[in-house]
Design a protein around this ligand. Structure first.
Ligand code: SF4
Length: 192
């Protein structure tokens, strides 16, 4: 397992690419999930997520995945579960002070982040873990939020023009009179 974790860090860019596709797929599935009910799909998706991520990253299902910000090195594998950088006890060679056989997850995180497109995110300060999300699907929560934001943006774009037009007309009312009706059209109405 540890070797697979190291492999994931070495190929962090590929995993970043894959994750973006998975997320886009889940966002695309939003209408289906909404119809079925997110609470119903939560469990099966959490199980899939757990299976995949436990194998690749030794995931502990904290429910607030930060792998995209930590070079695909899960910070929950830190014996102190530090989410914002290493403690002061990193040994020479980048090994953990609590588990000397293991490299510090933050040393690996820095290495993985240096290969990723969004690698600069490692400098962002992460919020503390919300323990009530433990065991839930991070994939589903994030994709659901993105889908909701996209829906709101689409709705705003649809209504923006309609809302802007009356306001624009009140600022600049039309000064040109309407064109006269063509005589032919008037004759046509007389015939009727
Ligand atoms: S950050 Fe949380 S969800 Fe992501 S791999 Fe680690 S334990 Fe799992």
């Amino acid at each position: 397992m540890y070797q697979i974790r190291l492999f994931a860090v070495r190929h962090s860019r590929a995993f970043e690419w894959i994750y973006k596709r998975v997320e886009a797929g889940l966002v695309w599935m939003d209408p289906v999930f909404s119809r079925i009910g997110y609470n119903r799909v939560e469990r099966p998706i959490a199980l899939i997520e757990k299976g995949v991520k436990s194998l690749l990253f030794d995931c502990r299902m904290c429910g607030q995945c930060v792998l995209s910000s930590t070079g695909m090195s899960c910070p929950m594998n830190c014996p102190k579960q530090l989410r914002n950088g290493p403690c002061g006890g990193v040994r020479p060679g980048g090994f953990c002070e609590v588990k000397p056989e293991m490299r510090c997850v933050w040393v690996l995180a820095w290495d993985g982040a240096s290969r990723m497109e969004g690698g600069q995110q490692i400098c962002d300060v992460l919020p503390p873990v919300e323990r009530n999300l433990q065991g839930s699907s991070s994939w589903l929560r994030v994709s659901r939020e993105k889908a909701a934001n996209l829906r709101a943006a689409r709705q705003a774009a649809r209504t923006a023009l309609a809302e802007t037009f009356p306001e624009a007309r009140s600022h600049e009312p039309s000064t040109a009179p309407l064109a006269e009706e063509p005589k032919r059209a008037l004759r046509g109405s007389e015939v009727k």
